[in-house]
Design a binder for this molecule. Sequence first.
Ligand code: CP
Length: 323
Amino acid sequence: MKKFISVHDVADINALAAKALAYKANPFADRNLGADKRVGLLFLNPSLRTRLSTQIAAKNLGMEAIVFNVDKEGWALEFEEGAIMSGNTVEHVKDAAPILGQYFDILCMRTFPSLKNKEEDYSEMLINQFIKYAGVPVVSLESGTLHPLQSLTDIVTIKENMVHSPLRTGSKPKIVLTWAPHIKPLPQCVANSFAQWINAWGEADFVITHPQEYELAEEFTKGATITHDQDAALKDADFVYVKNWSTYTDYGKIYENDPAWMLTEEKLATTRNAKVMHCLPVRRNVELSDEVLDSAHSLVSTQAGNRVWAAQAVLSEILRTNF
Ligand code: CP
């Protein structure tokens, strides 16, 4: 594995998920694999889970992890080729990235989209510039359009909880991704990425439901059933993934924000006692009700815990194949 920025970097999703679950059972199985190796975790945006779980994963593999909050502690970076840097940016990525590539064996980074310029965000200019100039393997900690470590975690969590789900014999689990209300325009990354991974995995009956204005990019959703009827989508669901995202077509907006889209206990009545997932952080009683989050339906805490094992599986794979 040379990089990890989308599902396309993964040869076998089930094998990688199995590796993550093996690390969950035995965290220190490869305690020396990353000895004398250093990973840089660069954040251009805030994080709780991604930052800490990746640090722990690196430590479990014997690596040194150094966090750099570029947005708060670094020089303002320029990403545009040929930019005349007479504005607020101080250092070009083509100068900074090769230096980071000398300091670190692996670079992990969180960039986030602007939500203002769709072409720029969906071209993944920021992370691609790091890949181009760093000269070392790059891992996405969430980028302009995707959040692959979250999606691997989500598949790991689904797989380990499928045994608890009353699945019909021989049938695939029904997984529903439902849009939820929010007060701010959020990226489409988690939803895009979840759709991309579940479609590539191919072992689920996958339904996406959202208000009409919130369609996602077809490059990620193709293969899923899409409906604007949340109640119909939820019927017989085994897993319900709740997430807000801003509009894709008229980019980065909030249109309809109907509170009726918030997932409640009542709405889960038609599911197959579904497990409920969310990547966190979650706005309680806006995106998801207290009653669901605090119930036995909720997998959110297990899911966040599994971030460690997904990160460890990916770092392990990069260490094994590049050094
Ligand atoms: N789910 C997730 O990426 O959480 P953080 O933003 O806290 O890292």
